[in-house]
Ligand binder design. Sequence first.
Ligand code: IPD
Ligand code: CA
Ligand code: CA
Length: 285
Amino acid sequence: MSNVLDVPLSDLLDLAVGIAREAGDMLLDKRPDRPEVIQTKSSPTDVVTALDRAAEELIRGRIRESRPHDAILGEEGGHSSGENRVRWIVDPVDGTVNFLYGLPEWSVSIAVEVDGEIAAGVVNVVPRGEVFAAERGAGAYLLTTGERLRCNTGVPLAQALVATGFGYRPGRRAVQAQVLAHVLPRVRDIRRAGSAASDLCSVAAGRVDAYYERGPQYWDYAAGGLIAVEAGARIGGLYGKPYSPELTICAAPDLFEELHDLLAPLDPERDLPERDLSGTSGGEG
Ligand code: IPD
Ligand code: CA
Ligand code: CA
């Protein structure tokens, strides 16, 4: 097989950006005052609205119109196989709880994988009107201003503003709370914005110094992770493992090491069995 893609990567990024903008406009336009929850997933607070589904259908439809032979993995629609080297990774609404409540931190995240590696990505933080994008080896940009993004460097852990997030299941949250109790006195402060994709763009833009979280899935961090790396950040898991739903840490390389060494002894890749928690209403997942 040839190593040359059928189109330049920049064309795929342009397509992703156009689709992420269109989906964002549709979501803003169609969002009712209080969107209705139509399904819950891993726990009663892990919700899906009709517009999560509608946005993913729009995105899948647009990808298929232009690239009928590419594979697609989407949070709501699952995996559709393709016939070539390109796969699209889609989170139609990252930050659904914010979308539900009308908080201004939710995003449309689309990444383009080539031969199993993320090669381009876009995160449209719709309520803020900010579109972040990156192409592997070509830097990360806030497209809405044209600004090239660079993460903060030289920030010691004690001065770091650290973004994180929490899963939907009580057993996971109980451990996340223990970890947080250890981290919070040792950093400048914590932010929990509610969209992992947006958190990673905030690392890229120097709006926070670092991010860590257990639980986010590939569609949450595929695009945002590339944007952060192209802005100079390191992203990874514990003890040299790649970043994954087990744990994702992202920061400038020096701060990454410090945050890693703070987190590692806390064994943050574990969950409490749900049976050990009384008075919670979570389910499986
Ligand atoms: C969630 C958000 C949140 C993170 C969760 C994700 P969703 O995605 O990214 O910030 O803490 O782990 O599941 O459910 O809103 O698409
Ligand atoms: Ca998500
Ligand atoms: Ca989502």
